[in-house]
Design a protein around this ligand. Structure first.
Ligand code: P6P
Length: 294
């Protein structure tokens, strides 16, 4: 779908906006329909939550199954027209009463610790898929000659530390004191023998998290004065990425607690997130304790 988009007139804006008030790209809508139809036809799902639709989608018989899928069909889509990597993020819960035929929002509004699987696909120079079912993280790469994803990263492990920090510095004026102090320490190389960290920020969560999983470091989208709950969505951005990072030996926090222990208050709820190498996230935790967590 993506490689030929530029040629198939699929680039550009769709002329509509999603529940987030974000302008939808044509490919956002196409991706959303593709995933909804595929998940419905799988016969495994009872409820779908997608970033592109305000309301939950309840799957009726004969296609109904016992799994809830929460997904962002095309994350980072503002980058599509300039060819920067974008991706699909998903998380899966098993319904609380499988086989009962009785499904509700109670099957969705749950902490991330109850997810049974999570993953993402990244569409860029190569197409990758990272997935976890709670027993570690495996990475796959699309072999276009086969049309199949082949396993290339059988056991992904986030390096325990990494001199790379990833944050939108354009928001620096709005950051809390602990975030400011940590970023200053990165720039000074305080915890890296005086060698400054590198700043890497794509602006596409899938790309920034993929690099962090493989190279180490930290990805941050903190709460700030502009976004008091942060920008990223709990169910289909924070939870899946937090589960992957933890399963790969890293950490993911909101600043005040473990990300996966958040209780979403709506299906499009947002939360701050700091995720990546264990030692980097623990430095943020130290500064939050010293300076007051936000
Ligand atoms: P900002 C993309 O719109 C997205 O939801 C994530 O993929 C990305 O990490 C974040 O927003 C970027 O936000 O405010 O830095 O442009």
């Amino acid at each position: 779908m993506l490689p030929q988009a530029g040629l198939a007139g699929m680039m550009g804006m769709a002329g509509s906006s999603n529940v987030q008030g974000e302008d939808q790209k044509k490919l956002d809508l196409v991706a959303n329909e593709v995933f909804k139809n595929s998940l419905r036809r799988s016969g495994q799902c009872c409820i779908l939550i997608t970033e592109e639709e305000e309301e939950p989608i309840f799957i009726e018989e004969p296609h109904r199954g016992d799994y809830v899928v929460v997904f962002d069909p095309l994350d980072g889509s503002s980058n599509i027209d300039c060819g920067v990597s974008v991706g699909t993020i998903f998380g899966i819960y098993k319904a609380k009463n499988p086989g009962s035929g009785n499904y509700s929002l109670e099957d969705v509004m749950r902490p991330g610790t109850e997810m049974v699987a999570a993953g993402y696909c990244m569409y860029g120079s190569m197409s990758y898929m990272m997935i976890t079912t709670g027993k570690g993280v495996a990475g796959f790469t699309l072999d276009p000659t086969l049309g199949e994803f082949v396993i290339t990263h059988p056991k992904v492990q986030v390096p325990s530390r990494g001199p790379i920090y990833s944050i939108n510095e354009g928001n620096a004026v709005n950051w809390d004191a602990a975030t400011k102090k940590y970023v200053e320490a990165c720039k000074a190389g305080t915890y890296n023998n005086g060698k400054p960290y590198s700043l890497r920020y794509v602006g596409s969560m899938v790309a920034d998290v993929h690099r962090t999983l493989l190279y180490g470091g930290i990805f941050m989208y903190p709460a700030d004065k502009k976004n008091p709950k942060g920008k990223l969505r709990v169910l289909y951005e924070c939870f899946p990425m937090a589960m992957l990072v933890e399963q790969a030996g890293g950490k993911a926090i909101t600043g005040t607690q473990r990300s996966l222990e958040t209780m979403p208050d709506s299906i499009h709820d947002r939360a701050p997130i700091y995720l990546g190498s264990k030692e980097e996230v623990e430095l943020i935790e130290m500064f939050k304790r010293e300076m007051g967590a936000q």
